[in-house]
Design a protein around this ligand. Structure first.
Ligand SMILES: *[C@@H]1O[C@H](CO)[C@@H](O)[C@H](O)[C@H]1NC(C)=O
Ligand SMILES: *[C@@H]1O[C@H](CO)[C@@H](O)[C@H](O)[C@H]1NC(C)=O
Ligand SMILES: *[C@@H]1O[C@H](CO)[C@@H](O)[C@H](O)[C@H]1NC(C)=O
Length: 435
């Protein structure tokens, strides 16, 4: 019974979450259009997509077929071809059904791929050998991933109805996949899924999906597709937020701004080896009492709690330069060497210390910090475009929204920009190290 309650809660939370983020937007249909645009843009981006599918006996033929139909629908929105999105699949039960598996090179167009997926036989395995399936994908199929494409996304979708018998091995296999840099989604179906195991399999909590029956998979299709698109396989980075907490923003809009920050970091893997975050707010001064540093959290949940703890200080001034100086001297000095150092400055207006803002930003850029400026408000009104450009050092790293309510429209663009910037920065560092 307990399991059912937990499961029900998770499904409800997932639904509530998506509804919530849709409500926050203004106008109401924007995020959906935004999501559709994102999916449209991403369908032509190269990706290796691997399906690892449970074919154990508890599933039954009908549900197995539902699962395959879900995968057929899922791939339908991508540009399936040898140069863009390629798909592999493997099923498992008591053993890995290697004879039924196919690799990235097997199907070169969407029709052939969908036909192949629909014809995968159901073997009704007496066990749930999830680790076997993941290891086969990792050691046999991923070997064929293209190496010539920079920033190639390698995404794995594990679809299962239950508990594997060897939970430790499943965790081990999932850890191996994570170490290989794969982005793994775990989809659990049914009343008997082990949430613990799904969370072990997935790259992070935002990569776990649960539905109560196979024919409800339809409900998560768009979200999974969106998530697959919105994420970028990211090199490690240390990311600092420098956030305006001046009085002009108001308490409500400040929390909308912080929600944006939380949503933004949610698209990254947060842990000591991948992405770490620090933050500081400023107004009349730097609010060091709210600041936190890279070592202060080990996972996403702890980070989100820290961001949640930052309060609006209604500073009577906008001392952006001091905020950047603090980031540069107190936070980035703690960043890991040889990875991308990224800073995002969020402000609703012109600073009072314009000269200091410009000189501190320049200093930060010269220290190799990749600077982004997010301006909230009307350019030419309270926003000074010249100042935003000088903070970022390049207009291509400046994004603006008319109001805090519209900030969420920038999320995908900012994610894409920082992800690409980070990967480029890291590639340059690696090249420099080689010389
Ligand atoms: C899982 O599958 C692999 C590959 O088919 C096999 O070698 C392994 O023994 C299986 N594990 C279990 C616990 O049955
Ligand atoms: C639920 O999973 C457990 C293993 O954790 C298993 O023993 C049990 O048979 C499963 N029940 C159903 C209905 O599949
Ligand atoms: C945010 O600021 C705008 C003015 O730019 C204001 O109309 C709106 O009510 C504020 N929203 C909240 C939630 O405080």
């Amino acid at each position: 019974m307990l399991k059912h309650i937990v499961l029900f809660t998770v499904v409800t939370v997932l639904i509530a979450e998506s509804v919530h983020s849709d409500i926050l937007s203004a106008p109401a249909d924007e995020p959906n259009r935004n999501k559709v645009n994102c999916i449209e843009k991403c369908k032509g981006r190269p990706m290796e997509l691997s399906f690892v599918v449970d074919g154990s006996t508890s599933i039954w033929q009908t549900n197995f077929t539902f699962g395959l139909e879900f995968l057929e629908d899922f791939v339908d929105k991508f540009d399936i071809s040898p140069s863009v999105v390629r798909v592999s699949l493997v099923t498992y039960g008591d053993i890995v059904y290697e004879g039924d598996a196919f690799g990235f090179n097997a199907y070169t167009n969407k029709d052939a791929l969908k036909r192949a997926i629909s014809q995968v036989p159901y073997r009704s395995g007496s066990k749930t050998n999830t680790s076997g399936g993941i290891w086969y994908m990792l050691n046999q199929q991923m070997k064929e991933a293209r190496t010539e494409i920079p920033d190639l996304r390698r995404v794995v979708v594990v679809l299962t109805d239950g508990n594997s018998q060897e939970a430790d091995q499943t965790k081990q296999a999932a850890d191996d996949a994570a170490k290989a840099g794969l982005e793994v989604f775990a989809i659990g179906v049914g009343q008997n899924v082990s949430l613990w195991e799904l969370h072990n399999i997935a790259s992070d909590d935002s990569h776990v999906f649960v539905v109560s029956t196979y024919n409800m998979l339809e409900n998560i299709k768009d979200r999974l597709r969106y998530k697959t698109c919105a994420t970028c396989k990211m090199e490690p980075m240390d990311l600092s937020f420098v956030i305006d907490s001046s009085t002009s923003i108001g308490k409500g809009n400040f929390s909308v701004g912080m929600k944006f920050v939380k949503d933004f970091v949610d698209s990254f893997q947060i842990n000591p080896h991948t992405v770490r975050v620090s933050a500081v707010t400023f107004g009349s001064r730097v609010y060091t009492e709210d600041a936190f540093n890279f070592e202060d959290h080990i996972n996403k949940k702890a980070l989100l709690d820290q961001l949640q703890g930052i309060t609006w200080r209604h500073g009577m001034r906008t001392r952006t330069g001091d905020g950047i100086a603090y980031m540069r001297t107190e936070q980035m000095t703690q960043a890991r060497p040889n990875i991308a150092h990224v800073c995002i400055v969020i402000t609703d207006g012109e600073s009072q210390d314009v000269d200091l803002t410009e000189s501190e930003a320049l200093q930060a850029q010269q220290e190799g910090i990749l600077m982004y400026a997010v301006g909230v408000g009307k350019v030419g009104d309270q926003l000074n475009e010249k100042e935003l450009n000088s903070i970022a050092g390049d207009p291509a790293r400046v994004l603006t929204a008319d109001s805090y309510g519209q900030l969420n429209l920038l999320k995908n663009e900012l994610t894409k920009l920082t992800c690409e910037g980070t990967n480029r920065a890291r590639a340059q560092i690696v090249q420099a190290l080689r010389q």
